[in-house]
Design a protein around this ligand. Structure first.
Ligand code: C2E
Ligand code: MG
Ligand code: MG
Length: 795
């Protein structure tokens, strides 16, 4: 609380102003000390001054524009007074000299001063100007006595010392206050920086953007001189920034260079924010290094040069470490996103692009296709022998092979090419900017050469081949499925052996594909509309023409009511992967029809229905037991069934296939090898197949009746072979009597062919049986024979 003394009687001689009064006032205000509270240090100093000089009163008085304000007092209660009355206002006029008034009543400047005539009745005054050497005293340190006197030289010296201490303390006070303000301001800046960085972590910045915004928010008030940042994720660096609030150091670029070149720069795996000296060029500067790290990985660095060491405060480091953590959060999110993106678009095993991304790329490439000068192609690659590698050496080896194949293919790709893996061992390659007429074939050969080199997988040396189909991107209205289909079908032509190595889908091939596609559609539709039926072809005793058994052959009724033969569409069923469903249907339908006419067929001794069966379903685990239980529940004996398997589909190493065959045979089902003579035809193979019957392919009858010695000899040899192994033999495709006679002469007694009867619907076949089997002839004909239905027994 300010306490004003009662106004002293006026009569002072107004002290003149200081020659640099405005500067002096500015200096005083700069200390920000006026009107502040008591300070024990100053009070101690005034007390000491009174003691060493033996004076009753001592003051530290500051001379303001219109008043003197007393910071510390001893021996009186003076708080402030008008400047005109202040002795100290005179003291400050000469910074270099102390003012001594031995007797105020004898001094014209003070004789009428109210402090002389009134309290505290000053008779003696000695004041030391308070200044910091700049000639601008802000006040005075004085002692006062109520009687005239003198000071000894020691007392004067002591007083000067105390005044100097007071002034030094005043300086400390100022810089403390400056520091407090600075810290306060820095605190706000750091708080802002932290706030920004935590907001940044929760908003959806990119890492690069987040780094940039950190740099933008590195407030110049933080006191750094220069800063820079490098993004180790993108290998990007930022330009060096200078603090606009500080004078530019002309050596700054050189300083950064020195930091880099002389290895002063801290390694990016430094775990936390570090301060070190900036180096010999500017030893007083500090270099701040902020690493941004995530799980042991360095993501970025932020570096700053400070023009002093003061900020090597641990709290500052904590702020930057927190900021780095926030940046790492952003990076983590970005990395996780990128990882998810990558996973969503790449095959986990090989890292090749997956179907989704590949199709996207393909769409783009198609939209850029140049019909006049096509320069992009789609390659469909399928490894030959991959299944064997998997089967023989296990899936792990298969997987490693796929990885190595991917690496080799990647090695042949350029940046703009895209390698994708669609499934299993199917790869697709989109090649852009290619001279189709000049460069394509050499490229295909290179790929083949590369993949035909052995693969070393541990101790294993594996060799595989590759079938490549190529489709050219020569139109912009091509659909991706169409393009993929072209390349895949071209690949199949290689797989089937129709082409060697690779096949480029040209006009003719594409036309053929189109025909196939139409057929596939037709068959697909027919299957789902249940327009399937079974026809039955008689198998007869060649010696007398009596019906012995029958072969069920699949037929499709097309849209125009035409009946299509199996040879027209079996490959289509395989392409559209409906074969297993069709096999199921055939089995159920055959049982249904057998049941329907069981009285007729049961009358024929050892009558069997032959069903053609695809290898896929016969290799399905549990197929035999399921089929046998179906027969059982339908009340049909397994001895009424024969299953025909095409010779070259018989894989004697396939365990589930053998298991099914054995189960069937054990139950009384006979197994026939179909189209015998068109497959391996080697004795070794034959002996290892568990079968009962061989069906000689009709191609061996083609040479008869013309004298084709070679075929005849082959036929005879096969007949012998089969008989010696104990197989029963059925000849297929007997069209004329000469063929039948020839077969009889070779000891072949059973056969089928147009000579005896074409495949026919069930009701016709029942009529046929009545006519051609003496056993059925004995049965009485039913009043109304049931019609064959197109609907299956079990759908
Ligand atoms: P495949 O089992 O060898 O059947 C004999 C084929 O020869 C039948 O053709 C039949 O119509 C035909 N054929 C019979 N006698 C003669 C003849 O004297 N001269 C001539 N030129 N041909 C004759 P289709 O019905 O077109 O069947 C072709 C192949 O389709 C069959 O050959 C069989 O492998 C397969 N197939 C037929 N039906 C089915 C079925 O239901 N399931 C399965 N998986 N395959 C079937
Ligand atoms: Mg057959
Ligand atoms: Mg056949």
């Amino acid at each position: 609380m300010k306490k004003m003394n009662p106004a002293p009687p006026s009569g002072s001689v107004n002290p003149p102003l200081h020659p640099r009064e405005e500067e002096r006032i500015a200096r005083l205000l700069g200390y920000d000390i006026l009107d502040t509270g008591p300070d024990v240090i100053f009070d101690r100093l005034t007390q000491m001054a009174a003691a060493v000089t033996g004076s009753p009163i001592s003051l530290i008085s500051l001379v303001d524009r219109n008043r003197q304000w007393v910071k510390s007092r001893y021996g009186c209660d003076l708080r402030e007074s008008p400047r005109d009355d202040a002795f100290c206002a005179h003291t400050i006029l000469d910074a270099e000299k102390m003012l001594i008034v031995p007797d105020s009543l004898k001094d014209p400047r003070f004789e009428h001063n109210p402090f002389v005539s009134g309290e505290p009745h000053i008779r003696f005054y000695a004041g030391i100007p308070l200044h910091n050497g700049d000639g601008l005293p802000i006040g005075s340190f004085c002692i006062i006595d109520r009687k005239p006197r003198e000071l000894t030289a020691e007392q004067i010296a002591s007083l000067k010392d105390l005044a100097r201490i007071a002034m030094d303390y005043m300086e400390v006070h100022r810089s403390n206050r400056d520091l407090t303000r600075l810290l306060q301001r820095e605190k706000e800046v750091y708080t802002r920086l932290l706030k920004m960085s935590s907001e940044m972590a929760s908003s959806s910045h990119t890492f690069e953007g987040a780094l940039k915004s950190v740099l933008d928010h590195l407030d110049p008030n933080l006191g750094w001189l220069s800063c820079r940042m490098s993004n180790l994720l993108s290998h990007g660096g930022s330009v060096i920034r200078m603090n606009p609030l500080l004078p530019t150091d002309l050596l700054i670029d050189e300083l950064w260079r020195e930091i880099d070149e002389q290895g002063r720069r801290l390694p990016s795996d430094t775990p936390k924010t570090e301060f070190i000296s900036a180096g010999a060029m500017r030893p007083e500067y500090a270099y701040l290094f902020v690493p941004v790290r995530l799980r042991g990985r360095s993501l970025a660095t932020i570096e700053m040069i400070y023009p002093d060491h003061r900020r090597m405060d641990s709290r500052v480091r904590e702020v930057f470490d927190l900021m780095a953590v926030n940046l790492a959060v952003v990076a983590e999110r970005e990395l996780v996103n990128a990882d998810l993106q990558y996973r969503a678009h790449h095959d986990a095993l090989t890292g090749a692009v997956n179907r989704i991304l590949f199709l996207d790329e393909l769409i783009k490439a198609i939209s850029e296709a140049d019909p006049l000068h096509p320069d992009s192609v789609l390659l469909f690659l399928d490894l030959d022998g991959f299944k064997e590698v998997n089967d023989n050496f296990g899936h792990q080896t298969g997987d490693r092979l796929l990885v190595e194949v991917t690496e080799r293919l990647q090695g042949l790709c350029r940046e703009k090419d895209v390698l994708g893996r669609l499934s299993g061992d199917e790869f697709v390659l989109l090649i852009r900017d290619l001279g189709v007429s000049d460069d394509l074939e050499p490229l295909l050969k290179r790929i083949q050469r590369s993949l035909s080199q052995p693969f070393m997988l541990g101790d294993l040396e594996i060799r595989i081949g590759t079938s490549i189909g190529v489709a050219i991107l020569d139109r912009r209205d091509l659909s991706t499925p169409e393009l993929l289909r072209r390349s895949e079908e071209a690949m199949y032509l290689v797989k089937n052996g129709e082409r060697k190595g690779y096949c480029i889908a040209d006009e003719a091939i594409i036309r053929e594909f189109k025909t196939r596609l139409d057929l596939d559609h037709k068959i697909h539709e027919a299957f789902f509309q249940r327009k399937l039926m079974l026809h039955f072809q008689p198998i007869v005793d060649l010696r007398n023409g009596d019906l012995c058994s029958a072969e069920a052959l699949l037929r499709v009724l097309d849209k125009d009511g035409k009946v299509l033969n199996a040879s027209d569409f079996i490959s289509s069923l395989e392409r559209i992967r409906l074969m297993p469903d069709v096999d199921e249907w055939v089995f159920a339908e055959a049982i249904r029809l057998l049941r329907l006419h069981i009285a007729v067929f049961a009358a024929i001794p050892d009558f069997r229905i032959s069903l053609n069966i695809s290898p896929a379903i016969l290799s399905t685990h549990g197929y035999a037991s399921l089929s046998l239980s179906r027969l059982k529940s339908a009340g049909i004996s397994p001895t009424m069934l024969r299953l025909e398997i095409i010779e070259n589909h018989l894989d004697t190493t396939n365990l589930s296939l053998l298991e099914n065959i054995n189960l069937f045979r054990g139950a009384g089902v006979k197994i026939a090898i179909d189209d015998f003579g068109t497959g391996y035809s080697n004795l070794q193979h034959l002996t290892s197949i568990p079968c009962d019957t061989i069906k000689i392919d009709r191609m061996f009858l083609k040479g008869i009746p013309t004298e084709e010695i070679k075929t005849k000899e082959l036929l005879a040899a096969m007949m012998n072979l089969g008989r010696n192994l104990g197989y029963s033999i059925i000849a297929e495709g007997i069209e004329n009597q000469a063929q039948a006679d020839h077969l009889l002469s070779l000891g072949c007694y059973y056969g089928q062919g147009y000579l005896y009867g074409k495949p026919m619907p069930m009701e016709e076949f029942v009529a046929y049986a009545r006519k051609h089997s003496p056993h059925v002839l004995l049965l009485s004909a039913p009043a109304d024979s049931p019609k064959q239905h197109l609907e299956p027994a079990h759908s």
